[in-house]
Design a protein around this ligand. Structure first.
Ligand code: ZN
Ligand code: ZN
Length: 708
């Protein structure tokens, strides 16, 4: 059948007419054309609707209300079939209209995403036809208001309030929806409190909006109100409440809601299941989440991913990765979220080779193009010490978001590549992506790294304001780091004194570290004393303090600090370094003799040290004395865990391959000097991640600029 292009008002050629006309279909009094138009509209069957329309044009002689109703049905037909302009032509040609004509066309414009048209029609309806909006009209107008039309939405609310239309449940729903869309959650919540009558849909919407905007306190209030009204909960309610418990980390409430869910006769689907698992994960109770997961009848990729994420969030990276192999046994392919969790777990273990495998996996499955996967890859590579690979992933990404930029900027900053980080930030500013709170942490620490004080202050004082970001403790601490690193210790101290914010251990330690590096021991000791008042068990502080005494050869001071540590039962965790060679992790502790090849490793260290001595290496006695793990033996300095690990790496990897070592504590000065020189004599790129940062050793230098 040819497609009938209907010129409105024209006589339609009849030659295509099918059975409807031949059988005199419309002659039957039971075949009401309005009913037929409704059938066509509901089925979005434009072809059938046009046939009915054509027939009406040929045969119709109806007048008055009957005519208006027919035309309304035609408007509805064209609106439902996404032909709003035809509907508009019909509407404009009507000599007389009623409220249904107006509301039908408005609904069309609303579905079409033209809120301004809807509002224009409302004005014309009131002014030209003198018709006041009823609940349907007002609901349509309110639903069409988006954040651009917040003022208009509020005006409608005013009318609703005066006319008493808010007692209509769906008007109330649309108002709540409108305020939620416009991010005015408090106004949405207000409606729940002031307008009687309830609807579970409203509660779900308001609670989920409140959670979205992290107004957890208010969400709890709404939950209480909902409980007091005794409404029956649906699936979406449970999902929302589990999310609430997760953000409150309220395991007690979470368990009660879980019990409630088991008692209720709702049919719990994978979404409730995964929000429940997620809740247990976020509340730090993975085992309860796992128990629930284990007894699930059917599991899909969402349930698997949520249990893996729960393990990952609680630091059980290996368990998360283990579950993946079980999921594969079940023949469930991972999605982008699964891969992101796995990559994050690999990053948590700094397991580069595993990360590489997952990368290959992402490539094969076509998920690599996904921005979530791309971001996770950047984070994994940067945390595992391969910043070049991270940059490579970044430059191959088809699309990126704020998280992508933050990941590369912060990653380069952590790796001591401040200049790259800042030039990437400039690139970001040239795009449409807006920097956020996290971006500026990366940017300011890059400035600190490069001692670019003026630039750092410009970002802190002006650019952040320009982007509407209120600086937080992290940014303030970066400024302390910026001033300290540049040797402006007095200014750093003044900056801390003049900004009455809750300075924490990290900020004080930044200043203390600067005093140590810049050898301002008097100030350093005084800050260390303050710091120990704040955190009497902070091992790092004792070590730096003892180190400062050692540097000025105040051995009595060193002894005093050791005694203090014993009295307060402060113990330094043993230094551990590890590196991965061909997918196997090798772990070393200081003076390690457990390794099967320890003799050879010790020989290699001795050999390396003898090679770097001519370059000016002198063992740093102060480093030994501050280092509790080594006690008195000077000799042990040579066998700190990272030296052993690097020696082993040099023995076992082909020349030219970079060596990546992870150390749990801050690298000592002696190791730092030694590794710089080793990178030169062995002609290797050596990357060490210690407790503070990444060090890239190459040709006798370190990317940290000897400041860490
Ligand atoms: Zn060391
Ligand atoms: Zn370094």
């Amino acid at each position: 059948m040819p497609v009938l292009k209907l010129p409105i008002g024209d006589i339609v050629p009849v030659k295509f007419t099918p059975f409807l006309f031949r059988s005199n279909f419309f002659a039957s009094p039971h075949q009401n054309p309005i009913k037929l138009l409704k059938v066509a509209a509901d089925a979005k069957n434009l072809k059938f609707g046009r046939i009915v329309h054509a027939h009406l044009i040929i045969t119709n002689h109806s007048h008055g209300d009957c005519k208006v109703n027919q035309l309304n049905s035609l408007i509805n037909l064209y609106v439902k079939c996404d032909e709003v302009s035809i509907a508009r032509q019909m509407f404009d040609s009507m000599p007389r209209r009623n409220v249904i004509s107006w509301s039908t066309l408005m609904a069309g414009y609303m579905q079409n995403g033209s809120p301004l048209e809807v509002f224009e029609l409302l004005k014309k309806m009131v002014v030209k036809d003198n018709i006041l909006p009823n609940e349907y009209v007002i609901a349509t107008v309110i639903s069409s208001c988006d954040s651009q039309m917040y003022i208009e939405g509020k005006q409608c609310h005013g009318y609703v309030f005066k006319s008493g239309l808010e007692l209509h449940q769906y008007v109330k729903n649309t108002l709540i929806q409108m305020y939620s869309k416009c991010s005015d959650v408090r106004a949405a919540m207000q409606i729940l409190y002031t307008v009687p009558g309830y609807d579970i849909f409203c509660y779900n919407l308001v609670m989920s909006e409140l959670l979205q905007h992290t107004h957890t306190g208010e969400a709890v209030e709404v939950l209480k109100l909902m409980i007091s009204e005794g409404i029956e909960w649906n699936n979406a309610t449970f999902v929302t409440i589990f999310r609430l418990c997760a953000s409150l980390k309220d395991i007690k409430l979470g368990k009660q809601v879980h019990a409630q869910m088991l008692k209720s006769d709702i049919d719990y689907d994978v979404y409730i299941g995964s929000s429940l698992i997620d809740m247990y994960g976020k509340c730090g109770n993975v085992s309860s989440g796992r128990a629930f997961f284990d007894q699930l009848q059917s599991r899909n990729v969402v349930s698997w991913t949520s249990i893996m994420a729960a393990y990952f969030q609680n630091g059980f990276f290996e368990e998360a990765l283990d579950l993946f192999s079980k999921m594969e046994v079940d023949h469930i392919p991972p999605n982008e979220y699964t891969l992101a969790v796995l990559l994050n777990s690999a990053a948590g273990l700094s397991a580069l080779s595993l990360g590489d495998q997952l990368h290959a996996r992402a490539e094969k499955s076509g998920l690599k193009a996904n921005v979530i996967v791309g971001n996770a890859l950047i984070i994994m590579y940067s945390k595992s010490g391969d910043i070049l690979a991270a940059r490579c992933v970044f430059s191959n990404m088809m699309c990126c978001d704020t998280i992508t930029w933050n990941a590369v900027i912060t990653g380069h900053s952590h790796h001591g590549l401040g200049a790259v980080a800042l030039s990437m930030f400039q690139d970001m500013l040239a795009t449409r992506e807006r920097p956020n709170y996290v971006t500026f942490i990366g940017v300011l620490s890059a400035c600190a790294h490069l001692s670019r004080v003026d630039e750092g202050f410009y970002y802190f004082n002006h650019l952040m304001k320009q982007f509407g970001i209120v600086p937080g403790l992290e940014h303030y601490t970066c400024i302390v780091g910026l001033l300290s690193r540049s040797g402006r210790l007095d200014e750093a101290e003044k900056f801390m004194a003049s900004n009455q914010i809750n300075w924490d251990v990290v900020s004080w330690r930044t200043l203390l570290n600067a005093c140590y590096v810049h050898r301002n021991y008097d100030k350093g000791k005084q800050i260390a004393e303050n710091l120990l008042q704040l955190e009497p068990k902070d091992v790092g502080t004792y070590i730096l303090l003892s180190n400062m005494h050692a540097r000025v050869r105040r051995w009595d001071g060193v002894v005093k600090i050791r005694k203090l540590m014993r009295e307060r039962n402060v113990k330094k965790e043993p230094g551990v370094s590890w590196l991965e060679i061909r997918n196997v992790a090798h772990v070393f502790t200081s003076e390690d003799i457990k390794h099967p090849e320890s003799n050879l490793i010790y020989d290699k260290v001795k050999d390396l040290l003898s090679k770097i001595r001519p370059l000016g290496y002198v063992p740093d006695i102060a480093s030994v004395l501050h280092d509790i793990e080594d006690e008195q033996k000077v000799d042990n300095l040579s066998y700190h865990s990272e030296k052993l690990a690097i020696a082993y790496g040099l023995m076992k990897t082909p020349s030219g391959a970079p060596i990546r070592v992870i150390k749990n504590l801050r690298m000592c000065d002696d190791c730092h000097t030694a590794v710089k020189l080793i990178s030169k004599v062995a002609n290797r790129f050596i990357i060490v991640r210690d407790a503070n940062r990444f060090h890239h050793f190459q040709d006798g230098f370190c990317s940290c600029g000897d400041y860490w």
